[in-house]
Design a protein around this ligand. Structure first.
Ligand code: HEM
Ligand code: HEM
Length: 158
């Protein structure tokens, strides 16, 4: 198994843990659920990287074919799940900023805003590479996903 499968699972478990902790004190509001569903959609798309890395590094041909088939099945949904993640996260952010204001010295919000901006770049480079592919767009889309992963991790543990 590629290390990204474990890292993605760790992010998912951390987010569930934060929500479970919160639910002890108060009910979880809709805007936090929007953040969580956005996270699930992000993870669905980012797992594409784990699948591609597995295909590249697998020593056995059978494993390569199995993962290539999984990747082919997920491809038609990729653009829609990524775009839906952005729409849900925008609702999550607008709702929160309406409630608390824009607090740049509140680390959870500051990192959240950085993650939101990176997600906008990620989805834009996705649509751009869909119609006008280039090596640069591929790189920005790949490293953008990686940066997004770490920003979301920090956003959730803070
Ligand atoms: C890819 C982007 C994002 C994801 C996946 C995401 C996900 C989440 C999740 C799952 C939670 C609940 C768990 C927890 O509190 O740790 C949360 C909380 C929060 N998010 Fe985000 N978020 C994102 C972007 C943003 C943005 C752009 C903002 C800007 C306003 C933001 C502000 C917050 C705040 C302030 C909380 C805590 C709310 C509270 O304490 O009541 N998030 N986020
Ligand atoms: C949460 C947002 C997204 C994430 C995390 C994400 C992540 C990824 C990853 C990891 C890859 C494989 C990278 C590689 O090695 O080339 C990829 C490929 C691709 N993405 Fe995205 N993506 C997102 C949104 C989008 C959107 C909205 C589109 C819109 C069309 C898009 C279009 C593409 C295309 C055309 C490819 C190449 C096709 C292929 O994989 O064979 N992505 N994306």
């Amino acid at each position: 198994m590629n290390k990204w499968f474990y890292l993605n699972l760790a992010l998912l478990i951390t987010a569930i843990w934060q929500l479970v902790k919160r639910s002890y004190f108060h009910s979880i509001s809709l805007f936090l659920w929007l953040g969580f569903i956005g996270l699930l959609l992000f993870l669905f798309n980012w797992t594409r990287h784990a699948v591609f890395s597995t295909i590249r590094n697998a020593p056995r041909r059978k494993t390569k074919i199995k993962f290539a088939n999984i990747s082919k099945k997920a491809l038609p949904y990729h653009k829609w799940s990524g775009t839906a993640a952005l729409l849900l996260i925008l609702c999550h952010a607008i709702w929160i900023m309406n409630k608390y204001g824009i607090l740049l010295d509140y680390p959870k919000m500051f990192i959240g805003i950085l993650a939101g901006l990176t997600l906008i770049i990620q989805v834009s480079t996705g649509w751009l590479r869909q119609y006008w592919p280039s090596g640069l767009k591929r790189k920005v889309h790949l490293y953008g996903g990686m940066l997004l992963f770490f920003l979301i991790f920090v956003h959730i543990i803070l």
